[in-house]
Design a protein around this ligand. Structure first.
Ligand code: UDP
Ligand code: MG
Length: 322
């Protein structure tokens, strides 16, 4: 065991892991290299095992047996990356924390640069992707639209093409620990808390092993999550659509009353009638859906359930629910 030098600053690396048995053996040597090179700091790597169904936990335990800078929190089931990160915020002990994926898509080689900016006083050093990699045209356009909606409807700056790979000062970690909403969109929370931010540009590669846990629908759901948990603009949009259609319907009404008074009223117009009914029905359903999104969130928040349950922290059973 290495003696702890109390004057050294401690850096925590937070790695949420879900079915990463193939990635971890590749990730650890890279991190070990880094920790050995940057020996003026104390290091902690905190793996949050998010209910993996493969041997991720066994691999983490085996790595920890050989290197006690490695720590882990085991969640009682799969809670999703957003909640796994909150568990990480609760359990990291460093003066700052670097969040990275287990699949080496976030290059550890960027960490020394992050630390340099942190030493200069920046509180949130985030890595921005220079490109979005192998994504379809449609997915890129959808993601751009999502950022534009969010940016125009919130009071804080929304960062585009920025993931969770970043360094956060202890001040930011403490701030984030207070944001315990159950429907989480952490990328938005990083922007919401503010603090001095610094950008680093990097090229995001592909996964070293295993498959991405995201498909189109889970990304679509995350986008809805992002919009509905940060802005009530869609509700205003519903009101606006309602007002516009009501105004249109009123003009329509005046037109038909006039027409009937001047030309009489032969029974006609099934097509226009049915299209107006269907159009209005569609708009009403969309607006009810938007309302439903918000009511669903109120429903989940009012239950006040913990956002995750940890069962084990470094071989110890966890009894206290955070
Ligand atoms: N992850 C997690 N819980 C989940 C899904 C993913 O902790 O339910 C972790 C995963 O192990 C990885 C990170 O979140 O370390 C990013 O996941 P992935 O690589 O699938 O996402 P992508 O890089 O495609 O955005
Ligand atoms: Mg990944």
């Amino acid at each position: 065991m290495q003696p702890l030098d109390t004057n050294k600053k401690k850096i925590s690396i937070l790695v949420p892991c879900y079915n990463e048995e193939k990635s971890l053996p590749l990730l650890y040597p890279e991190l070990k290299n880094l920790m050995d090179k940057e020996s003026s700091y104390d290091w902690e790597i905190l793996f949050v095992n998010d209910g993996s169904k493969d041997n991720t936990l066994q691999i983490i335990k085996a790595l920890r047996a050989a290197d006690d800078r490695l720590c882990y929190v085991n969640l009682s089931r799969n809670f999703g990356k957003e909640n796994a990160m909150l568990a990480g915020f609760d359990y990291v002990t460093g003066d700052c924390m670097i969040i990275m994926d287990a699949d080496l898509q976030d290059p550890p080689s960027l960490i020394p640069e992050m630390l340099k900016y942190w030493e200069e006083g920046y509180k949130d050093v985030y890595a921005k992707r220079a490109n979005r990699g192998k994504e379809s045209w449609f997915r890129k356009k959808m993601s751009l639209l999502f950022y534009q909606i969010l940016d125009h409807s919130t009071r804080f700056d929304v960062l585009q093409n920025v993931g969770d790979f970043r360094l956060l000062d202890r001040q930011c970690i403490e701030a984030l620990k207070h944001l315990r909403e159950s429907e989480r969109y952490t990328k938005g929370l990083f922007c919401w808390i503010g603090f001095e931010k610094k950008e680093i540009i990097f090229d995001r590669g592909d996964r070293v092993a295993g498959d991405s846990n995201w498909n189109f629908w889970s990304l679509f759901n995350l986008a809805i999550e992002g919009i509905c948990s940060f802005t009530t603009a869609p509700l205003r949009f519903a009101t606006l659509i309602g007002a516009i259609t009501a105004f249109g319907a009123f003009c329509f009404l005046l037109f038909y009353i006039g027409k009937t008074l001047i030309f009489g009223d032969p029974v006609q117009g099934f097509t226009s009638l049915i299209s107006v009914i269907l159009f209005l029905g569609g708009i009403q359903l969309i607006c009810i859906g938007i309302l439903g999104e918000y009511i669903g969130r109120i429903f989940h928040e009012t239950k006040k359930r913990p956002t995750y349950l940890a069962s084990e922290y470094n071989e110890d059973k966890v009894f206290q629910i955070k």
